[in-house]
Design a protein around this ligand. Structure first.
Ligand SMILES: [Zn+2]
Length: 251
């Protein structure tokens, strides 16, 4: 073995050892692959769709968020999958494994589009946790690194549609460990572990949902209570002020 070959083996071994680490240094600076082309990204999506036995959705390589899927009820062919590769790379989804898991998450929404989980008070949160649970299962099946994906979802805030990122990253890890432990090799069998995960966090999820709703109410109240806007106080280059003054002068 030459010295170069030895270094290459060491590099591969180090990448293997840190593949599930979710720290900023490993995520942003290690195992990064900015060379992936649109065709390669699209072929990853096709492979994942094939794994789920789904038709390939319409792929759009632009998005105002990291990635999203718009489901068309009653017709799988017309679902649209959006992603923003530039934004994904900046956030830490910066190689093949991380992008693959991101697409697994989105296509799980398509796979379970007619399923009602009814595991916690917010069904949207259940679907998000289910999608991250399947990410964990898929990573165990395919030996895919989860570090970058877990790091990125952990940073995402709680909203009415998405639970706290830390629960999402925990769902990935919980599912991966379950999938490695059991001999089942299909999503439908392994997703039966999802209730155990959600029930374990049910009290916390209910409290956080209440907090989320209260935060939204408070913000709404602040907007409703704010003083009426005096157009004269705005700077002269404000387009709203210019439009109002123009209207007044024309009267
Ligand atoms: Zn989602």
């Amino acid at each position: 073995m030459t010295q170069d070959e030895l270094f290459e083996h060491m590099r591969e071994w180090n990448a293997f050892v840190r593949r599930h680490n979710a720290n900023i240094f490993d995520v942003m600076f290690k195992d990064v692959d900015y060379s992936l082309k649109d065709e390669e990204l699209n072929s990853i999506i096709s492979d994942v769709a094939l794994f789920f036995g789904l038709e390939i959705p319409v792929i759009k390589a632009h998005c105002d968020t990291l990635a999203k899927i718009e489901l068309e009820t009653g017709n799988e062919n017309s679902s649209e999958l959006y992603y923003n590769w530039q934004l994904l790379q900046k956030s830490g989804i910066n190689n093949r494994d991380a992008f693959t898991l991101c697409m697994v998450h989105e296509l799980t929404h398509l796979y379970f589009k007619d399923t009602r989980f009814l595991l916690c008070r917010n069904e949207r949160w259940c679907h998000e946790l289910a999608a991250d649970y399947v990410v964990g299962i898929y990573s165990a099946f395919k030996g895919i690194a989860t570090g970058k994906y877990k790091y990125v979802v952990k940073q995402l805030p709680m909203t009415l549609t998405h639970p706290k990122g830390e629960h999402r990253a925990a769902a990935v890890e919980f599912a991966r460990e379950c999938a490695l432990k059991y001999s089942w090799h299909d999503i439908d069998s392994l997703i039966t572990g999802l209730p155990a995960f959600v029930y374990g966090k049910q009290k916390l999820l209910n409290e956080e949902l209440l907090q989320c709703v209260n935060d939204i109410r408070e913000k709404k109240d602040v907007i409703l209570q704010s003083e009426p806007l005096n157009i004269e106080d705005l700077p002269d280059n404000n387009l709203l002020k210019q439009a109002v003054l123009k209207y007044r002068n024309s009267q």
